[in-house]
Every structure is written in C-alpha cells, then in structure tokens.
Design a protein around this ligand. Structure first.
Ligand code: HXC
Ligand code: NAP
Length: 284
C-alpha cells in the first residue's frame, strides 16, 4: 500500500505502545522505516515488545517507563527521547484505561483513574511536546486515538466517553491554534478491534456475536487496517489534513444512528408486502 520508506527519518513517540493497537501501529511505522519510542507504565512489557519489534523489523525502538498522568514524568520522557534520537517528529496519544460499569456504581476515584489517563494524559503529553516544538521552531504532527462514542456518547463507559470527547475537542482546537507553528493534529475513532486490553475489560462474556452483528461488514477490525490509516495520517503525504477525526468501524456507529437501518431484518416476502402497502396508500 505504501512506499517502503514512507516514514524514513521520522521519530514517533507512542504512549501505550507496548500492547494492543499501540504495538501494532509501532510495528507498521518501523516497517515503513520510522524510529519509535514506546512509553507506558510497565517497563517489562515495553522491553519485551521492543525486543520483538526490533527483531521482526530491524528498526530501532526506545522503551521508556512513563505514567502519562504525571506531567514532570512526561517532560523527562521527552528529554530522554531527545537525548537518544535528537528530535521527535510525531506524538501518538494512544494510552488509555477503561472499564464497563453502571455509572452509579462508580466511585469518584474510578472516574478519576479513567479521565486522568485518557484526558489528562493526552493534554500532558501534547502540552509538553507542543512547548518543545514551538520553542525549537520544529514542525510536527499529533495523532490522537479516540473512539466513535466520543461523538455519540455511550452508557456504561461514561468516564471514558467524557475523556475521549475532551481529547477530540483538543484535536480540533489545537489543529487551528498551532497550525501557525507548523503543528497539525488529527484523530482516529476506531470501532471494535480485538486486543487483550479492551476485550478482557469491555466485552461481557458471551456477547461477542452481538457486537459483530451491529457492524454492517459483520466483522471486527484488523490491526493492520488501523495501522495503515495511522501511518498515512502521520506521514508527509497527509499534511493538508488537519483537525479531522477519521472513523474506522465498518459502518458500525452509522448503522445504530440511521432511522431505518434496522429494516435489514426484513425478508424478501416482507419487503414485497411493504411495497404493496405503500402502493395502496399512494392510491388513496
Ligand atoms: C467499577 C472499578 C472497576 C470496575 C476498578 N474500579 N475497576 N469500578 N468497575 N470494573 C475502581 C476501583 O474500585 C477504584 O476505586 C478505582 O477504580 C481505581 O482503581 P485502581 O485499583 O487504581 O485501578 P485498577 O483497577 O488497578 O486499574 C484500572 C485501570 C486498568 C488503570 C483502568 O484497568 C488499566 O490499567 N487499564 C489500561 C488498559 C485498558 O483499560 N485498556 C482498554 C482500552 S479500550 P475505589 O474507590 O474502590 O478505590 C478503550 C476503548 C474501547 O478505551 C472501545 C471498544 C469499542
Ligand atoms: P490496551 O492494549 O490496553 O492499550 C492501552 C495502553 O495504555 C497499554 O499499553 C497501557 O500500558 C497504556 N497505559 C494505561 N495507562 C497508562 C498510563 N497511566 N500511562 C502510560 N500508559 C498507560 O488497549 P487497546 O485496545 O490497544 O487500546 C489502544 C487505544 O485504542 C486506546 O486509546 C483505546 O481507547 C483505543 N480504542 C481501542 C478500541 C478497541 O476496540 N481495541 C476501540 C476504540 C478505541 P501500561 O499498562 O504498561 O501502562
């Protein structure tokens, strides 16, 4: 799909890059000749991922222990990355936390833990990196991973929905404010992509088929599909795209939104009966 050197000489900092979609995006970026920093809380996971990705791609990965909720720690991770690679061209805000629960069952701490990782974590990194880029007069790009329910809202994941909506609004706001510094910013809103982190925490047992039935394409997403979209959005080829939120969900959220979409349960005989009913009504 891409020229093999699409991301040559780019250094990409990925929060939560040790697992799931972050890891898959890191792998794709490395295949396209980028260098990557993967940063999250569990250093042993990051080290194992870095080792596997370097063996698989021949690229260079710097694993860094980081809790994105801690602004000073973010500044220190940025410094360490600059010391190692010389510059950072792209920030990918991918780290997140989530659990499914009736909202009234949540403690205020449960709300804090999710919104702190997702919203505070994303503005901490964006602010620290943005200040650095502006001061050093370097153009740069930010890509934020949100969700489709950042726009629609969703019950049972309310702290996550609130926080992702904040990240989405940050994307649109700073895309305009920081364009004058050569910093552009976009977001991807994925539908369901199986990962250990999301699936174990979010899918009530036995309900996978129900999830898939809601998707017009009748399948979940493949990591490579999202990773290719991310590669395009961090590459120089997409520089004129700024402030966009690109959905990749097989049409899932639109299916839930369209007034008559539920009619796909009708059989051919029921459609015929429907047509006769309409034609009869037209003659009145
Ligand atoms: C209600 C819960 C809870 C649950 C924890 N809490 N789990 N409340 N239901 N299932 C409460 C605790 O009781 C505590 O409140 C507070 O939350 C904080 O608990 P901690 O012990 O600090 O947190 P812990 O449970 O250790 O970890 C929570 C977490 C963890 C940090 C969010 O799950 C994590 O590391 N997640 C990262 C990976 C992840 O979530 N990936 C999924 C991303 S998918 P009290 O008051 O009792 O102290 C995604 C979108 C998917 O974002 C969309 C799919 C289509
Ligand atoms: P995942 O594997 O659980 O990824 C979450 C990552 O965030 C982990 O690597 C975790 O690493 C890191 N993280 C959590 N708290 C952190 C903190 N305080 N500081 C630094 N890193 C932290 O789940 P995923 O499914 O790949 O999710 C990746 C992104 O896609 C998330 O933004 C998620 O909201 C989004 N998304 C996923 C889906 C899906 O279906 N999978 C759908 C829509 C959106 P540590 O534990 O080592 O810190």
């Amino acid at each position: 799909m891409f020229q093999s050197d699409l991301l040559k000489d780019k250094v990409i900092f990925i929060t939560g890059g040790g697992t799931g979609l972050g890891r898959s995006m890191a792998q794709r970026f490395l295949e396209l000749q980028a260098k990557v920093v993967i940063a999250s809380r569990r250093m042993e996971v990051l080290k194992a991922t870095a080792h596997e990705l370097m063996s698989a791609t021949g690229g260079e990965v710097l694993p860094l222990a980081l809790d994105v909720r801690d602004y000073k720690a973010v500044e220190s991770a940025l410094d360490q990355s600059l010391k190692h690679f010389g510059s950072i061209d792209i920030l990918l805000n991918n780290a997140a936390g989530n659990f499914v629960s009736p909202t009234e069952a949540l403690s205020h701490k449960a709300f804090d833990v999710i919104t702190d990782i997702v919203l505070k974590g994303s503005y901490n990194t964006t602010l620290a990196f943005g200040k650095h880029w502006i001061k050093s007069r370097q153009s740069a790009r930010v890509l934020n991973i949100v969700t489709t329910y950042a726009t629609t809202g969703s019950g049972y994941v309310v702290p996550s929905a609130i926080a992702k909506a904040g990240v989405q609004t940050m994307t649109k706001s700073l895309a305009v404010e920081w364009a004058k510094y050569g910093i552009t910013m976009n977001a991807i809103a994925p539908g369901p992509f199986p990962t250990e982190g999301a699936w174990d925490r979010l899918l009530p047992p036995g309900l996978e088929a129900k999830f898939i039935d809601r998707i017009p394409l009748k399948r979940v997403g493949e990591h490579i599909e999202l990773a290719n979209l991310a590669a395009y959005l961090v590459s120089d080829q997409s520089q004129y795209i700024n402030g966009e939120v690109i959905t990749i969900d097989g049409g899932e959220w639109l299916k839930g939104a369209g007034e008559f979409n539920f009619l796909d349960v009708l059989s051919p005989a029921e459609w015929k009966a429907m047509e006769l009913q309409v034609r009869k009504a037209n003659k009145k």
